[in-house]
Design a protein around this ligand. Structure first.
Ligand SMILES: Cc1ncc(COP(=O)(O)O)c(C=O)c1O
Length: 385
């Protein structure tokens, strides 16, 4: 018999190459300024690189504890307590993960049983839906209000059934650049109070909140914290998306189940990065200064677009800026982004990529986590529109 590669049914038949990869490839092919995929094009703080280098040189190169290096877990617990007033036990309630993406998958695999329902609010980050499907769960999509992207609590309430196991929220929000208010969080807390629904609170942009607003972490609300896996990402906070180190804070009983999956999936996370991050976190200035740093970039980008026919939507958090393209084109979002990258030389992401049904509202997303010179180069091209 000739050798053959067996075929098998795909676990994720709907999943293809993501729009982020497609747009980044097109950007490279056409020499375009890439404001598509969400990552900085500038260096991180050299002090952070030094801290990791020192950890390697000091011999921190073998497996760390499965749950994460204690000094890093302690630093994360201290940071959450200082910022949000909730004391997490660094041993029993904080776990270090290989980025937020792994944290979210692990939380879903640990909690969602086949047939359980999991609510996502669309538009949403692209890993949530396939993660729920991998766990055998049923995805229940609830739209954020088109135009404002505010949570519609009547719609969320209507989506809850006795089978709802989990809900995922994300503030500051990718892709809409909106944030949830204190009142939004309280309303959710009240809504979930009579239920056994677990919460994943994706807070990877926690330190990118603008105009003096405060990030409303689920940690601030006891009714939410008691049921939540709160997920964050050092990649986003410290401009090191390629390092893939994140955290999960969750009550001890949730953490225990989370770690059962984590142990046999990732087991441990990059040791020197953890020691380096633990040392670097002793100084709060880098993350406390982040809102002002990104607010200046947001303002530069917005001011630069003011003369164009792209209509600016509010950007109150994250490092994204959405624009309404309807005055510029009759193309749909996806066609417009293809045209923009090829003809104008700027990559953006269509919001339709964040909806299961490809809902098109003539809005595209730019990432402004870029050097000022990159933003100026993009603006020069975009002003033609
Ligand atoms: C909302 C959201 N969650 C999670 C992630 C993934 O974070 P990480 O790179 O730490 O896996 C991203 C990255 O773009 C994101 O935008």
């Amino acid at each position: 018999m000739p050798a053959h590669t067996p075929t098998f049914p795909s676990k994720l038949p709907q999943v293809g190459i993501t729009i982020f990869t497609v747009m980044s490839q097109l950007a490279a092919e056409h020499g375009a300024v890439n404001l598509g995929q969400g990552f900085p094009d500038f260096h991180c703080d050299p002090a952070l690189v030094n801290a990791v280098t020192q950890a390697m040189q000091a011999g921190h190169n073998q497996y760390p504890p499965m749950t994460g290096v204690p000094a890093l877990r302690q630093a994360v617990a201290a940071k959450i307590e200082a910022l949000h007033g909730r004391a997490y036990d660094a041993n029993a309630e904080i776990t270090i993960t290989a980025g937020a993406t792994q944290a979210i998958l692990t939380a879903i695999l640990a909690t969602v049983q086949p047939g359980d329902e999991a609510i996502v609010l669309e538009p949403c980050y692209d890993s949530y839906v396939p993660n729920i499907e991998l766990a055998g769960g049923k995805v229940v999509r609830v739209p954020l209000t088109p135009g404002t992207f505010r949570p519609d609590f009547d719609k969320i309430a209507a989506a809850i059934t006795p089978r709802t196991r989990l809900m995922i929220i994300n503030t500051p929000h990718n892709p809409s650049a909106t944030i949830w208010s204190d009142q939004d969080m309280r309303t959710l807390e009240e809504l979930l109070a009579p239920t056994d629904i677990l919460l994943i609170s994706d807070e990877v942009y926690e330190h990118m909140v603008f105009d003096g607003a405060e990030h409303q972490s689920a940690a601030r609300f006891s009714g939410l914290a008691a049921r939540a896996f709160i997920v964050s990402s050092f990649g986003k906070t410290f401009h090191v998306t390629g390092w893939k180190v994140g955290t999960v804070a969750a009550p001890a009983s949730l953490t225990a189940e989370f770690r059962k999956v984590h142990q046999f999936n990732v087991f441990t996370v990059n040791t020197p990065a953890q020691y380096g991050l633990a040392a670097y976190l002793q100084n709060p200035a880098p993350y406390l200064e982040l809102p002002a740093f990104y607010e200046a970039k947001r303002n530069l980008f917005r001011q630069g677009l003011e003369g164009s026919r792209l209509k600016l939507l509010p950007s109150t958090g994250s490092y994204f800026q959405c624009v309404d393209i309807s005055a510029v084109t009759s193309l749909d979002e996806s066609e417009f982004c293809q045209w923009l990258v090829k003809e104008i030389g700027v990559a953006a992401i269509p919001l339709s990529a964040f909806y299961g049904d490809g809902f098109d509202q003539k809005v595209v997303r730019f990432c402004f986590a870029k050097k000022d010179e990159t933003l100026h180069a993009a603006l020069e091209r975009l002003r033609k529109l």
